[in-house]
Unconditional design. Structure first.
Length: 100
């Protein structure tokens, strides 16, 4: 079960990258620049004020939770790439696998 999460994430990232060329670059910038910068900033606020750090951390976690809810439960992911495009990509991947 532990392998499913990273493999599913890698498959999804590859799917988006096959449709949008900038996805890998955006992923690298977000994962290795923006998120560490945000959490480094939260750490600096904790050094200045514990209460301010807690409030800022809760705000950031709430923003992430709202985004995840929108992405998964409200169908935000299908606004980026439709269900039909996902199914077509899966069929073409299975076809390529059979040819190997």
């Amino acid at each position: 079960i532990m392998r499913r999460v990273p493999l599913g994430a890698a498959r999804l990232l590859g799917l988006y990258a096959s449709y949008f060329r900038l996805v890998p670059l955006i992923y690298i910038i977000i994962a290795f620049v923006i998120f560490p910068g945000i959490f480094l900033g939260i750490s600096a606020v904790f050094d200045a004020s514990i209460a301010g750090g807690v409030v800022l951390l809760l705000v950031v976690l709430a923003i992430l939770a709202v985004f995840e809810f929108w992405w998964i439960r409200r169908g935000g992911c299908y606004r980026v790439l439709s269900e039909e495009a996902r199914q077509e990509s899966l069929r073409s991947l299975e076809q390529a696998d059979r040819e190997l």
